[in-house]
Design a binder for this molecule. Structure first.
Ligand code: 5GP
Ligand code: ZN
Length: 139
């Protein structure tokens, strides 16, 4: 299913032109218009899923496999030293376009700093309580 009001549906299906680096029947990968580093790529499914919670299992596998292939190409062709795979879900998590997408961000020696979290602290009781809740939800 596509969403008529979704810009990434239009880009993924070629209705709006983009700098495409990969395309198959299910996905299009494009260069991000506001790149965190040179070559920052977005993997878009051609069907509309709001975020990872809606993405079917086989699409998940293909998206992550494709991210690895794109990362390898970045290392080979762009001289990237490594790459980050980032995927935001929800406004609070930084999602701004509500069509599932995976960021593949090449990292270069002496390249731009890209924000990461500061390690926090916890205690065993808190860890046990959290683990129990999630275990119950996932069983
Ligand atoms: P999010 O914040 O939702 O995880 O990521 C959205 C990303 O889409 C941002 O990195 C932003 O630069 C990129 N973006 C937004 N609109 C467009 C567009 O029209 N074309 C392209 N190529 N990238 C876009
Ligand atoms: Zn969409």
């Amino acid at each position: 299913m596509r969403d008529e009001n979704c810009i990434f549906c239009k880009i993924a299906n070629g209705e709006i032109p983009s700098s495409t680096v990969y395309e198959d029947e299910e996905f299009r990968a494009i260069l991000d218009l506001g790149p965190a580093s040179k070559g920052h790529t977005l993997i878009l499914p051609k069907e509309h899923f709001r975020d990872l919670t809606e993405l079917p299992e086989d699409w998940c596998g293909k998206a992550l496999f494709l991210a690895g292939r794109i990362g390898s190409a970045m290392k080979k062709e762009l001289g990237a030293a490594g790459f980050n795979v980032v995927q935001n879900n929800g406004t609070e998590a930084g999602q701004t376009v509500f069509h599932f997408h995976v960021h593949v961000i090449p990292r270069y020696e002496n390249g731009p700093k890209i924000a990461a979290w500061e390690p926090g602290t916890t205690v065993p009781e808190e860890q046990a309580e959290i683990a129990e809740k999630l275990k119950n939800a996932l069983s």
